[in-house]
Write a protein that binds this ligand. Structure first.
Ligand code: HEC
Length: 187
């Protein structure tokens, strides 16, 4: 095991412990049904793209641009928290050049164990996807997290945490180290 893998493993454990302690805190403090209603973090629901989605992460860049990740409600419910996502998982990513200025929406869906990709202008949603090498080559940097940079945030939100919001200090769309995406998911 390399040092990097060890570091990621330790972070993953810290994240799991944090999610677990939140869950345990809820159970210990109040009856479960009431706790779920009162302690569930507020979730932003977005319906603009023809499918009901929940915002689970915002990743900011130093130049003021940011991207907001959305997962379909069904997909969020199906997240197992085991480091990979099931077939049918649908994730959207809005790109913002500045607050309120929305550009292209990127989109991916898992089909027969492989990610298929698509994109559309925000004003004309198109949820079709196809295998796209140009997307996959860069997402291959996140092979350890099922080709999904923001998987740690998605798993944290599926476990009851609030949506994450953090900065990747590299320019443009360059991927940050996977550690940045793990740390960004910590509460
Ligand atoms: C140059 C590298 C690069 C390319 C090419 C790329 N992406 Fe990404 N993508 C990223 C990074 C990095 C993130 C995580 C967010 C961030 O750091 O800004 C991301 C996140 C996403 C997400 C959110 C889920 C996740 O994986 O974290 C979707 C959806 C997505 N990309 C779709 C696409 C599609 C569709 C294409 C092809 C049209 C594409 N991407 C091409 C780098 C890339």
């Amino acid at each position: 095991m390399t040092g990097r893998e060890l570091g990621l493993g330790a972070l993953a454990m810290a994240l799991a412990a944090a999610v677990l302690s939140v869950a345990l805190g809820i159970v210990a403090a109040e009856p479960v049904s009431r706790a779920l209603a009162s302690n569930q973090p507020e979730r932003e629901v977005v319906t603009a793209y023809g499918v009901e989605t929940i915002a689970y992460a915002t990743v900011r860049r130093d130049d003021g641009t940011y991207r907001r990740m959305l997962v379909s409600r069904d997909s969020l419910a199906a997240v197992m928290g085991d480091g990979s996502l099931p077939d049918g998982t649908r994730i959207l990513m809005e790109t913002y050049y500045q607050p309120g200025r929305l550009g292209t929406v990127f989109h991916k869906r898992k089909v027969d164990g492989a990610w298929h990709y698509g994109s559309f202008p925000a004003a004309s949603p198109d949820l079709s996807v196809a295998p796209r090498a140009s997307c996959l080559t860069c997402h291959a940097h996140a092979a350890e997290t099922d080709f999904t940079f923001t998987l740690p945030s998605l798993e944290a939100v599926a476990g009851g945490a609030a949506a994450s919001d953090f900065t990747c200090g590299r320019g443009g769309r360059s991927p940050c180290n996977l550690r940045t995406y793990l740390e960004g998911a910590l509460p």
